[in-house]
Design a protein around this ligand. Structure first.
Ligand code: NAD
Length: 462
């Protein structure tokens, strides 16, 4: 009860601060983005250490996926802030004679960001960049499952950012629940579909708009590529984006592969070679595969794999080390489609390959399941590409690579259907945290007489 009161007091202060207009200043927004950059620079080693403690991430992976990506996104916001903030002139119909109009981007007010543990800095700060660039006050609740990272954010943000405008509140679902009882101008959530539903129900009370960045099962269609070069590049990209990005604990990681029966064994052999090349003969000792976040998620993966028929489908890997929360890069061929492995999001370094008679059958396979956050397709067949573009639905679709769509500031990132609601990154983040208010200005000079009663037939035939 006391913590709710403290929270309410803090939120009241944040609202009052917003009302002072301070956060609307371009100079304030710029200084906050610069503060974020400074944090990423000065605390770089502490960030790597926190990511090592929470997830066993290698610093190079941590730079690629979090620090480097965030520096890039912050610089992009700084470069474009003035342009984003400037009003956009709108064209008007002739009937609006001597009128000009523009869209004025205004901050929403006080926004809540709830983030996930798998990219604890990236998924907390990427939306924060948009929220402060747009001039909002913010409460950020990082995930309790990456405690070292959450602690670092909570300790450092008051030093690097205006602590009257940005608060980091640590805690788990209970704190999340308390926050959800409050009134927000937007809730930006990254996490599971299960909790996404809770967020949306809570938002109903105050008619709060929500962005839900969720997950699901992202398929990769892998055509029987004839060229050995194309095959090698394909396998390279599949292996790095499955096992080399938080050990598959990523919302846009490839969840499963769809390939033709006749190509499956070739694909498996190539994958085995590539796994050894990237992670060594003994990946557990090579510190290049991240750890599973906690024992609960480790046991979840163990249970997925322990199913008798799923066990029979393991063609590579499968070793698990509970003490070190390590799961070996694992490949399965044709686990039962009704097993939890194929109905739930895997979120770990286990990659099932589902074989089909014809690669074109992958379209029906994908369409018989919920809309994925991303679809990947490795193929040179232009007619297959066109069919996948027009016949499937997903947040993003990437040909001949995976995961790269995340880093582009020019592309909106988000899902569709059960994989998500709303978009962010680059200007889309700014837009997500802004309200585009219509401002029209009309001259007193003249008017069209037919818009005023009394009505008569002459006015109708004009
Ligand atoms: P989660 O839904 O369990 O937790 C997300 C956040 O919500 C955390 O901060 C957590 O403390 C909070 N939370 C949990 N229960 C809550 C409740 N009852 N009330 C209020 N807040 C609550 O998800 P997770 O385990 O952190 O993340 C894994 C999921 O997130 C996967 O499904 C993954 O696909 C998805 N994900 C999506 C993206 C994306 O950008 N689309 C990125 C990363 C992860």
């Amino acid at each position: 009860m006391e913590s709710v009161q403290i929270m309410e007091g803090e939120l009241k202060n944040l609202r009052e601060y917003f009302r002072t207009g301070k956060t609307k200043d371009a100079a304030w927004r710029q200084s906050q983005l610069e503060g974020l950059l400074l944090f990423l620079k000065e605390k770089e080693n502490e960030i790597y250490e926190a990511l090592r403690i929470d997830l066993g991430k290698h610093p190079v992976e941590a730079y690629r996926d979090e620090v480097g990506t965030l520096v890039k996104s912050t610089l992009f916001a700084l470069e474009n802030l003035k342009e984003w903030m400037s009003g956009k002139k709108a064209k008007l119909p002739v009937i609006a004679l001597l009128t000009s109009a523009e869209l004025v981007a205004q901050p929403l007010g006080l926004v809540l960001i709830l983030s996930s543990w798998n990219f604890p800095f990236g998924l907390s700060l990427e939306p924060l960049i948009g929220a402060i660039a747009a001039g909002n006050t913010v409460v950020l609740k990082p995930s309790e499952l990456a405690p070292a990272c959450s602690r670092l954010l909570s300790n450092c943000m008051p030093t690097y950012l205006d602590n009257k405008a940005v608060k980091v509140i640590q805690g788990g679902p209970d704190v999340g629940q308390q926050l959800l009882q409050q009134k927000w101008d937007k809730i930006f959530f990254t996490g599971s579909q299960e909790v996404g539903r809770i967020i949306m129900s809570a938002a109903v009370k105050h008619l709060t708009p929500v962005v839900l960045e969720m997950g699901g099962k992202c398929p990769a269609v892998v055509d029987s590529l004839p060229s050995s070069w194309d095959r090698e590049v394909t396998v390279n990209r599949i292996i790095v984006s499955k096992y080399g990005a938080c050990a598959g604990q990523a919302c846009i990681a490839i969840d499963y592969v769809l390939a033709e029966k006749r190509f499956a064994s070739t694909l498996v052999e190539l994958m085995k070679i590539m796994i050894k090349k990237m992670f060594g003969e003994n990946p557990r000792d090579s510190n290049t595969v991240a750890r599973i976040v906690n024992i609960k998620h480790f046991m979840r993966l163990k249970n997925l794999l322990n199913d008798f028929e799923v066990q029979n489908s393991v063609v590579y890997g499968g070793a698990m080390d509970e003490e070190n929360l390590f799961v070996e890069p694992t490949i399965l061929v044709d686990p039962p489609l009704d097993s939890a492995m194929m109905t739930e999001e895997i979120f770990g370094p286990v990659l099932p390959i589902i074989t089909l008679e014809r690669i074109e059958d992958s379209i029906d396979f994908i369409n018989s399941r919920p809309n994925p956050l991303a679809i990947y397709a490795f193929t040179n067949d232009e007619s297959l590409r066109r069919r996948i573009i027009s016949e499937t639905s997903s947040g993003s679709l990437v040909f001949n690579d995976a995961v790269i769509q995340y880093i582009a500031d020019s592309l909106p990132f988000g899902g569709i259907g059960e994989s998500g609601i709303g978009k962010y990154h680059g200007k889309f983040s700014f837009d997500t945290f802004s309200h585009y208010k219509v401002v029209a200005r009309r001259s007193f000079l003249t008017d069209f007489w037919y818009r005023f009663p009394p009505w008569n037939a002459n006015k109708l035939t004009l």
